[in-house]
Design a protein around this ligand. Structure first.
Ligand code: COA
Length: 153
């Protein structure tokens, strides 16, 4: 295996990730672009083997002057798992968020994502059991964990 390279994803590259990782990427609009967003991928040569995408937003009033970075999606190709690729992408994302003054970084994993939940815990994220709140009209919302880590200044 060649050395894994990490670099930001351009909007016109999303279709490559859809082909490789699945249509859910398009369906859930997993890649975020723009000034306050960060989309990064891991490559083995020209082959994408993992990605992470983050957007940022203000907390709910009365804390609307506070913001956090939200990891909307992260996946690593099965063949490349357990080689530290997700850890590196998360480390680079934390660095990106911290440099921009974000105080915390957050994600959410459903309770069937045991690998991911183990990973968040191993990387120093705390786990909060929660019903996922992005789909308030869903009569059967998925159960999982919000995970969060403080980004010390
Ligand atoms: C979760 C996922 C991103 C981890 O990617 P990865 O590159 O294999 O992760 P890393 O190699 O950086 O692992 C870091 C640590 O997390 C923990 N971990 C990762 N995968 C694990 C597993 N299958 N079982 C137990 N612990 C695991 C370990 O502590 C690991 O450190 P170690 O290998 O030194 O023991 C990957 O398994 C994946 O893409 N899963 C499917 C998609 C998914 O669940 N995405 C997250 C949804 S929020």
């Amino acid at each position: 295996m060649a050395e894994i390279i990490f670099r930001e994803v351009e909007p016109d590259e999303v279709k490559i990730f859809v082909r490789k990782f699945g249509k859910y990427i398009e369906y859930y609009n997993c890649f975020h672009f723009g000034e306050d967003c960060y989309s990064l991928a891991a490559y083995d040569g020209s082959e994408p083997v993992g990605f992470i995408s983050i957007y940022t937003k203000a907390l709910i009033p009365p804390l609307a002057d506070k913001t956090d970075a939200y990891i909307d999606a992260i996946e690593v190709d099965t063949y490349y798992q357990r080689r530290g690729i997700a850890s590196k992408m998360i480390e680079l994302s934390e660095h990106w968020a911290k440099e921009r003054g974000y105080r915390q970084i957050r994600a959410w994993s459903s309770d069937d994502k045991i690998k991911a939940i183990n990973m968040w815990y191993a990387l120093g994220y705390c786990l909060c059991p929660a019903t996922e709140g992005f789909r308030p009209h869903d009569s059967n919302p998925p159960i999982g964990y919000y995970v969060a880590k403080i980004l010390s200044p």
